[in-house]
Write a protein that binds this ligand. Sequence first.
Ligand SMILES: NC(=O)c1ccc[n+]([C@@H]2O[C@H](COP(=O)([O-])OP(=O)(O)OC[C@H]3O[C@@H](n4cnc5c(N)ncnc54)[C@H](OP(=O)(O)O)[C@@H]3O)[C@@H](O)[C@H]2O)c1
Length: 331
Amino acid sequence: MTATMRAIVCHRHGSPRDLVPGTAPVPVAGPGQVLIRVGACGINFPDLLLVEGKYQDRPPFPFIPGGEVAGTVERTGPGATCFAVGERVMATTMLGGLAEFVVAREADVEAIPAGVSPEAAAAFAGAWGTAWHALAQRGQLRPGETLLVLGAAGGTGIAAVQIGRVMGARVIAAAGSDDKLAFLSAQGADDVVNYRSTKLRDAVKVLTAGRGADVVFDPVGGAAFDEATRCVNWNGRLLVVGFASGVIPQFPVNLALLKGYAVVGVYYGRFREREPAAAATNMATLLGLLASGRLAPPVHAVFPLEQTGAALGCLADRAVMGKVVVSVTGR
Ligand SMILES: NC(=O)c1ccc[n+]([C@@H]2O[C@H](COP(=O)([O-])OP(=O)(O)OC[C@H]3O[C@@H](n4cnc5c(N)ncnc54)[C@H](OP(=O)(O)O)[C@@H]3O)[C@@H](O)[C@H]2O)c1
């Protein structure tokens, strides 16, 4: 094996389209870690924010972005016994995935279920893990309840749509174009709303006979959040997941009092750190649903490593339906 590898190395904050491929030393698997030969790397909104310098964490330069990968085990570090060399694995890495090799803690690695492609595996853990934690632990979503998903054609959004259906909810999916609505209907959403051309609160009230949604999943923030605050049912839960719009909204707390609902924060990364056993149980459930085909990440596009900037640009342009993946092997 060579000492250097192809990688997307970020030397300064800026536009994702300025990213160019370079080289970096092949990392070494330390105690309890595995070295993964990366086949595919899933792209998530935090990757874009990290490159732009807008994320809550700011890793020192130079860094390699890429937070979730699928590939094969190349080497195991001292004391790492859970995976065999050559085994197909997926891993959550936070950084380093947009490269030919990445190291991961064994605790962050899972075997890829048989029949699942590297692209689908690389697209899965972050978004579906976030949505499951949001809807199960934070939202306490129950069968028969109505779930409203904002930004529903995006990564966490489509995961919430699929998981809401698996949990037995009626799913209202909101997105910003009619193409996205057609995609969401094909993905199993019960009702769809274009929240750019329609006032969201009015549409949801009509669809719920004036009651509002029991659970709202909001990865968008800004004006979409403001609208959602007006269509939550009594005893409802408004889940604060993210701010893809770039605007962190303000919440008038009198609404929580008057309407009798809760505003609930969701932070999947912190949940995994603080409640690893519960997070592992969630992931085991999710992998079972992935293996059975009841959950399946829709892969919008696969870009070669050299076009990582264009892959990230799709997220910035609100152009993604499902997930974007970078193929490192050039498949
Ligand atoms: N809390 C957590 O644990 C957690 C975990 C993962 C991600 N997140 C956060 O959740 C947010 C969404 O992540 P994601 O992976 O779902 O992103 P994504 O795949 O890019 O989807 C975001 C959606 O937001 C909508 N949007 C509205 N205004 C936008 C704008 N100005 N730029 C881009 N998109 C815009 C777009 O839908 P329309 O065009 O249809 O409106 C888009 O489909 C991010 O803020 C991310 O950091 C939080």
